[in-house]
Design a protein around this ligand. Structure first.
Ligand code: HMG
Ligand code: MG
Length: 314
């Protein structure tokens, strides 16, 4: 395992969207802007900044346009936003994001709970959005959710995922992120799905999106990396979840992922110390301790150091 490793990996930061969409607290727009700008200053170059969905469904991100317009970012940062339909695309156009992220579910039940539409109807809508976005030279990412386990239907047959890849590719999407929405996958399932999917789509076009509900996210990354995937989604501090996937916890923490990648000799362009500061900031703005292990280890070490200094001063 891990005998051949890529030189670089793309880390796709989803904290400001996937993380904050699931927070009970309404985070003020200014703090979201500060978090996103700090993530970019730490070296992240792909950041999902918000979603343009119905504010009735996701009130936490109702200020997406305000946030997007206030951002001051280096020109090489690719900002992305989740878009479910043409109305969302219209907001994306006004926001200045460079990429839109479409999303659909591998199961009918999750699709209906998440977007109030069945899969076929969703595909028709997304195809219209993708055509409009491509015509205006947006990058287009697409998520397939619940690819391993569905909170309503249980274990998901890989065929349900595979049948969605050709229509997404026909739409011309640039990247497909396979989502373990409830965090129930294990490495053997990841390897199996990637083997099957790679018959239809090059691995360089695939991303993996793990939630860490059962503590399997890092193990699943290792499986994905070993299989040849080089793009992984993660969320600062492990913020997150999906409001329409009961029981799903946060994404894999960005710091944990990057620590593992750097220690494996893989470059990401991210500065770990600055990333820890972002984790601290994320904790402050949601007002609670986050689950990221690297972050907590660093913060405890720092606390012990401060205590020791104070004691030595007498
Ligand atoms: P609907 O109620 O069926 O839609 O919702 P509708 O077309 O009947 O419209 C109802 C109202 O919403 C109307 O307003 C529309 O204008 C408005 P009203 O006339 O009642 O005042 N509306 C919108 N407003 C703003 N932006 C829009 C928009 N569209 C309609 N884009 C809809 C359908 C898709 C809009 C709704 O179900 C929705 O917003 N769902 C989003 C759910 C969501 O964001 N889920 C979380 C993201 S997915 C995820 O987290 C998984 C992922 O992380 C990967 C993984 O983990 O696997 C990506
Ligand atoms: Mg997610």
């Amino acid at each position: 395992m891990l005998e051949t490793l890529p030189e670089t990996v793309k880390v796709f930061e989803v904290g400001p969207r996937d993380g904050l969409q699931n927070e009970p607290a309404q985070v003020p727009a200014g703090q979201k802007v500060l978090l996103i700008e700090s993530l970019a200053a730490a070296g992240l170059r792909n950041i999902e900044i918000t979603s343009f969905v119905s504010p009735k469904w996701i009130p936490q991100l109702a200020d997406g346009l305000e946030v997007a317009r206030a951002l001051k970012l280096p020109p090489d940062v690719v900002t992305s936003a989740l878009v479910p339909n043409m109305k969302g695309f219209e907001s994306a156009r006004q926001s200045g994001v460079k990429e839109i992220a479409l999303f659909l579910s591998a199961t009918e039940s999750h699709s209906r709970k998440n977007i109030n539409k069945g899969i076929d109807e969703a595909l028709a809508t997304l195809s219209e959005v993708a055509a409009a976005a491509k015509a205006e030279r947006f990058l287009v990412r697409a998520y397939v959710s619940v690819v391993f386990v569905c909170p309503y239907e249980g274990r998901v047959d890989p065929d349900k995922v595979l049948r969605l890849l050709p229509p997404l590719l026909e739409m011309g999407v640039d990247e497909i992120s396979l989502g373990d929405t409830v965090g129930g996958a294990t490495p053997r399932q990841v390897i199996r799905l990637l083997k099957l999917a790679s018959g239809q789509v090059g691995l360089s076009k695939l991303a993996l999106h793990f939630h860490d509900t059962y503590g399997m996210a890092m193990a699943n990354v290792v499986a994905g990396l070993d299989a040849g995937v080089t793009t992984f989604d993660a969320s600062i501090g492990g913020l997150g979840g999906c409001p329409y996937a009961p029981g799903a916890s946060g994404n894999l923490a960005t710091e944990d992922l990057i620590y593992f990648l750097h220690e494996s000799g893989i470059k990401t362009g991210v500065d770990m110390d600055k990333l820890v500061e972002c984790g601290e900031l994320a904790q402050r703005i949601v007002g609670k301790k986050l689950t990221g292990r690297y972050l907590q280890a660093c913060l405890s070490a720092r606390e012990r150091k401060t205590q020791a200094k104070a004691e030595s001063r007498g």
